[in-house]
Write a protein that binds this ligand. Sequence first.
Ligand code: FES
Length: 170
Amino acid sequence: MLEIEKSLAGAGISIKDTKLNSSIKIGKALMLGLLYLGFGISCSKTSISRNPYISNVRFDYQVNLNLPQYDDLRFVGGSAYVYQAGLKGILIFNLNGRNFLAWEATCPNHIPRECSRLEINGVLAECSCEGYQYSLANGQLLNPDNDGNNPYPMINYRVEVFDSFLYLSN
Ligand code: FES
């Protein structure tokens, strides 16, 4: 051991240095391991929460808030239906006067079918198939089945606000 220490000292390396290096290497390996683990967990979360019923649709749509059909959207808690975009249309909700939310109008807990277009009822979106109700303020299902088989919230779309225009996209 003494011989090794001497030869390392001759090369300008102390035992202290090599221990420090080993600690750094172990630290790096641990950090990489944690990052990998975190990445793995986040990936698996994404795949679990992916809605299996609703396909992804691409669109860009502009809403002019000055048009009379969007009168309700000018007030906090107000909402409106846009039929021209999304899968079965889009439900828009005025959250606080400055921020708006856009939701896919297809009930997110079944494959789209005739009865699965959500209808606005106050601050709720309701499906006539099995009577599911969703909050327009956060998209959550408010009356899930007891077996927990239908947990999906409404599909959310992007909304950007410029003056009296809303730009909806996905
Ligand atoms: S399709 Fe809406 S509750 Fe089944």
